[in-house]
Write a protein that binds this ligand. Sequence first.
Ligand code: GLP
Length: 247
Amino acid sequence: MELIKVKNYSEMSRIAANILSAQVILFPESVLGLSTGDTPIGMYKQLIEWNDKGDLSFSKVKTFNLDEYIGLSKEHGKSYSFFMWNAFFSKININKKNTYIPNGLAKNIQRVCKKYDEDIKKSGGIDLQVLGLGVNGHIGFNEPNAYFKRNTHKVNLSESTLRANSRFFDSKEEIPNSAITMGMGTIMQAKRILLLCTGKEKSEILYKVLFGDIDPRIPGSILQLHKQATIVADEDALSVIKSNGLL
Ligand code: GLP
């Protein structure tokens, strides 16, 4: 694992955008794994700017998003599909048919999950997977568990995740309590991983993820086994690691 230490959110976003754009410039047909949440928004903004200037093109890129809530339509303002179109896809020159996000409204969720993994495989696998980190250590929606679930699957969201994500909804009752997420096997098969981490509230969990045991109760800890994982973290997120004398 390679750790890139940065000052703050804006520096993290710029470095992340640089890494992602290097991938796309070198390999215009890249398959990108993308994430939602507050963490990658600054990176998306920077990429939009470079795309506008003509320095970067997404015309041949394929994307697979990590996860989606079950029960929300694509048009629902809180769905991850809406998030991606609103924050990124509608502002760049990507081909709609090259953007994949699990359908959280499908009748047969199991079939959707199976097809999602097949589509990733058919595309040649993910070249660069962008990840954020949940306060409980989840990546995508792979919640703390007794084991690492391999494939794309349905997951019941933990209390901690419902609490953390309630900030995006008007009330806690509105948050779907289940989701579809890429599995840990799917994520770990990505050729390169880019984990972004910002803010004091992630500092304790980032310490466990990077320096603790590899434990499915801290899902992100499995990234220690990935050969091409880059972590871009800011000073706040690194504060507990630093206070433990590891930086
Ligand atoms: C959410 C998403 C993850 C995201 C994480 C962190 O629940 N399912 O994909 O990376 O939590 O979110 P944020 O960046 O808003 O802290």
